[in-house]
Design a protein around this ligand. Structure first.
Ligand code: ZN
Length: 396
């Protein structure tokens, strides 16, 4: 059997580990926030061109798409990596720590991008498939509302670079590095935001009877909101309503005129999501009215639920088992309350979003923490997984 006729093994990517690590550290050192990923996008595009991929820049503002065809096959596959960093001051003290104060790759998107580049390099050499591969390097996963995945889709991603199925990965603190975790069906929650503005009547702290105190209304709303998950949502359905921010007032002897609450709302089904929106609005409005004030609720729908299709998830699990062995594959991991804008891509195409362990114990620092770092041991594993997934999906 010739070198190019056999499927990629983990060992094939080990020689690339060092160069992938250098790429990852470079991206880590130069973090860019949502829709600012110009240097990162240029690095990605440059590497892809060096490896003879066809490159399209500016898809969804700062997104980059790489395309590689081989053989006569008509099937196609899409794989996505996110490129953006977070507005966090890095405290890792690493030699390749962020060179830009206040920006940091604290969610491992530097690693996601590098693993996919590793696959791009390998696929360009072996070309052991028949069909079309599109790699979607997307901006702005962290933006929460103004999603980079959505922007790429609105820019014609799936018409201009069509695929039969789409795949993506996120690193996963709390599992050993190199372990691949999967789940069919709903996997990660929808994440919405609600802003409640309470209007009262301000005045002197010593004359409360002449005011409508928005602080009291806000406090009452916060407590009432706790009953939604406890008393309105079916106990078998996961849901979260968190008041993450509460602001009112300027001084101890002043009763404020307004107060503001900001909520994070998570759910796993369209029914629960609609119920949460309805109850938050009703409760806030009626609580405020009962005190003689007014609540204005702005409900902003963020990322939808990540729903993995059965067939593509089974396929990806099969490839993972071939590559890393059964003991490093979790086929039915827990649902996660975090949100992911890859959900928008999964609304357009069947596919799966998987997780790769980033470390446990001391190495298990959670994402969005100033001490977090992507685990470099995953670079060859992720690159080999994407390569083999393509080879198997587009098998000759
Ligand atoms: Zn992330």
């Amino acid at each position: 059997m010739s070198e190019t006729a056999r499927l990629t093994e983990l060992a094939d990517l080990i020689p690339a580990a060092e160069s992938l690590r250098d790429i990852r550290h470079h991206i880590h050192r130069h973090p860019e926030l949502a829709y600012e990923e110009l240097q990162t996008g240029a690095l990605v595009a440059g590497k892809l061109e060096e490896w003879d991929w066809q490159v399209t820049r500016g898809v969804g503002e700062t997104g980059v798409v790489g395309t590689l065809k081989a053989g006569e096959g008509t099937r196609s596959i899409g794989i996505r990596a996110d490129m953006d960093a977070l507005p966090i001051v890095e405290e890792t003290g690493l030699p390749y720590a962020s060179g830009t104060h206040g920006k940091m790759h604290a969610c491992g998107h530097d690693g996601h991008t590098t693993m996919l580049l590793g696959a791009a390099q390998r696929l360009a050499v072996t070309r052991n498939f028949s069909g079309t591969v599109h790699l979607y390097f997307q901006p702005a996963e962290e933006s929460g509302i103004d999603s980079g995945a959505k922007k790429m889709i609105e820019d014609g991603l799936f018409e201009r670079f069509p695929c039969d199925a789409v795949f993506g990965v996120h690193n996963h603190p709390g599992a050993e590095p190199g372990v691949l975790l999967f789940r069919k069906g709903p996997f990660m929650s929808a994440g919405d935001k609600a802003i409640i503005t309470i209007e009262g009547v301000g005045g002197h702290a010593a004359r409360p009877h002449l005011t409508v105190d928005p602080v009291v209304i806000a406090a009452s709303i916060v407590m009432a909101l706790q009953t939604i998950v406890a008393r309105n949502v079916d106990p078998s359905q996961p849901a979260v309503v968190t008041v993450g921010s509460m602001h009112a007032g300027t001084a101890n002897n002043v009763i404020a005129s307004t107060a503001k609450l900001e909520l994070s709302v998570r759910s796993f089904s369209a029914e629960v999501r609609a119920l949460l929106k309805k109850r938050i609005t009703e409760l806030a409005e009626t609580q405020a009215a009962s005190y003689g004030g007014k609540a204005i609720v702005e409900y902003i729908e963020g990322y939808p639920v990540v729903i993995n299709s059965d067939h593509e998830t089974d396929f990806a699990i099969e490839v993972a088992r071939e590559l890393v062995g059964d003991d490093k594959v979790v086929a039915h991991t827990d649902m996660l309350m975090g949100s992911e804008d890859f959900a928008f891509m999964l609304q357009q195409r069947p596919g799966t979003f998987l997780r790769i362990g980033n470390g446990v114990g001391e190495d298990g620092c959670m994402v969005h923490n100033p001490h977090y770092d992507f685990n470099d041991r995953n670079l060859p594993v992720g690159a080999a997984f994407w390569t083999r997934l393509v080879e198997r999906y587009l098998s000759r």
